[in-house]
Design a protein around this ligand. Structure first.
Ligand code: KIV
Ligand code: ZN
Length: 512
């Protein structure tokens, strides 16, 4: 009999803690809608006490999402729990997720609390949360480095106080699969009331073992996996949703378990996360990397042509990589575009469709075939990036072997049109110089990378930049058939994200 595994997605909370990966409320709502379509059981929408922006985003997600549970994170203080509840109370299925550290290292050096005090704080927090909702998760932060018997006592007390899920995090990614599986077995057999709750695990990837540890834990009795799309998250990231789900799916004999995930939504979700956060997926990343289904060696290609099963353990279609993709061109009409966008998960208003349609026509004039990835870029750039301080109106560059590279730029800055020009070492440098002058910003360019979204010389070039200004870091992304324009768009997107961060300060607790 196959056992149900609950997928708790924390892309919007732990994932957003990836350096530079801030998302605005519109982007978070879009992502939450996609996560619901993907079929995750729980969406951890944010940490409402961290900032007003987080609170606002969590409450909007809670109002929008109807099928998945919506969780809000809170420390054990009453103020944090009230704030989390304030944000999620309108959800169809709200969940309060409260946590406190249980390892001696954290107790001594961070919390400066004794073990009994930690148990009391956990119990009070769970009990108080239960006065607000009957769906309460308790997490023992740094659980994998905690004393086993103390961890079991905390879980027992939390369940006794009313926790319906207890979560065992490997907060610093220190665990080894065999050891983590044994710890889960220990908890299962030494927490007398564990049968009244679901045991969850939450792994980080500092040693590259997050997926292995999660699978070992599921094999040992855990029934909820906390994951993120593309494995994004604090430091080296969290367990990746797609890896766990596809391991269960591909090896049912080994894992007699099933998740409610619609696997064909994995690729669209991955693409959306990378587009919204600006964090690119490494080409060799399992399941969602550009090379995950590419066969380079002749022997492999020959085998796959004869029978895909020779070298492919999963079908690309299963994870949403369709081989027969609908291609739109400049003769495609508004109706075809609307229908296709709907299939991709974008239900646009008439006004939004009009905007996307005109951008689509512009692109179709430059590029023969417009594919899904191109449309996703148009929607992300045109619809999701709404509240923008800076907007590119016009860019003209002169460059070549005999001229000093020069860029003249027109931008909208807070609704006002401004124009200027600048020189640089190359056309991109000149464009960035002019943009910085016009916006009055002094961001340092920490990273710059270019790639092609699809094949062919007319493909959209996709540029990612990483910017730092006054200690704040933001990623920016831009796409265009012309890579200099794509670079300017990425730079401006990064500046907009920095502006957003300046006006939405995040007060992430030391405890996270
Ligand atoms: O890594 C961690 O311990 C966490 C907890 C808040 C669950 O993210
Ligand atoms: Zn975490």
């Amino acid at each position: 009999m196959s056992e149900r595994i609950y997928i708790f997605d924390t892309t919007l909370r732990d994932g957003e803690q990836s350096p530079g990966a801030s998302m605005n409320t519109g982007e978070k709502l879009r992502l939450a809608t996609q996560l619901e379509k993907l079929g995750v059981d729980i969406i951890e929408a944010g940490f409402p006490a961290a900032s007003e922006g987080d609170f606002e985003a969590v409450s909007q997600i809670a109002k929008r999402i109807r099928n998945a549970e919506v969780a809000g994170l809170a420390r054990t203080s009453k103020a944090d729990i009230d704030c989390a509840w304030g944000a999620i109370q309108h959800a169809a299925k709200p969940r309060i997720h409260t946590f406190i550290a249980t390892s001696d290292i954290h107790l001594t050096h961070k919390l400066r609390m004794g073990r009994e005090e930690v148990i009391a704080a956990a119990v009070d927090a769970v009990r108080y949360s239960r006065t607000l909702t009957d769906n309460v998760e308790f997490s023992a932060e740094d659980g994998s480095r905690s004393d086993r018997d103390f961890l079991c006592r905390v879980f027992e007390a939390a369940i006794e106080a009313g926790a319906t899920v207890v979560n065992l995090p490997d907060t610093v990614g220190y665990a080894i699969p065999e050891e983590f599986g044994q710890l889960v077995k220990y908890v299962m057999s030494h927490v007398p009331n564990i049968g009244k709750a679901i045991l969850s695990v939450h792994c980080h990837n500092d040693l590259g073992l997050a997926t292995s540890n999660t699978l070992a834990a599921l094999g040992a009795g855990a029934r909820q996996a906390e994951v993120t799309i593309n494995g994004i998250g604090e430091r080296a990231g969290n367990t990746s949703l797609e890896e766990v789900v596809m391991a269960l799916h591909t090896r049912p004999n080994f894992f007699p378990m099933n998740s409610g995930i619609r696997t064909e939504q994995i690729h669209p979700s991955s693409r959306l996360v990378s587009m919204i956060t600006g964090i690119m997926v490494q080409p060799n990343k399992a399941i969602v990397g550009a090379n995950a289904f590419a066969h380079e060696a002749g022997i492999h290609q020959d085998g796959v042509l004869k029978n895909p099963m020779t070298y492919e353990i999963m079908k690309p279609e299963t994870v949403g990589l369709s081989t027969s993709r609908l291609v739109l061109g400049k003769h495609s009409g508004r109706h075809a575009l609307r229908t296709h966008l709907k299939d991709l998960g974008y239900d646009l208003s008439d006004e939004e469709l009009q905007l996307v349609f005109s951008k689509f026509k512009e692109l179709a004039d430059k590029k023969k075939h417009v594919v899904d990835e191109d449309l996703e870029v148009i929607v992300t750039e045109g619809i999701l990036r709404t509240a923008e301080t800076f907007k590119l109106e016009y860019l003209h560059v002169t460059c070549g072997t005999t001229v000093l590279p020069m860029a003249s730029v027109q931008l909208t800055v807070n609704g006002r049109s401004v124009r200027g020009a600048g020189y640089g070492n190359g056309p991109i440098d000149a464009a960035f110089e002019s943009i910085a002058k016009l916006t009055g910003t002094e961001a340092e360019l920490l990273r710059f990378s270019v790639s092609a979204i699809t094949g062919g010389t007319d493909a959209l070039g996709e540029v990612t930049v990483r910017l730092r200004e006054n200690g704040l870091i933001a990623l920016g992304k831009g796409a265009d058939p012309d890579i200099i324009t794509a670079s300017a768009k990425a730079y401006i997107n990064g500046l907009n994200r920095l502006e957003y961060l300046k006006h939405h300060p995040v007060n992430r607790s030391e405890a996270l």
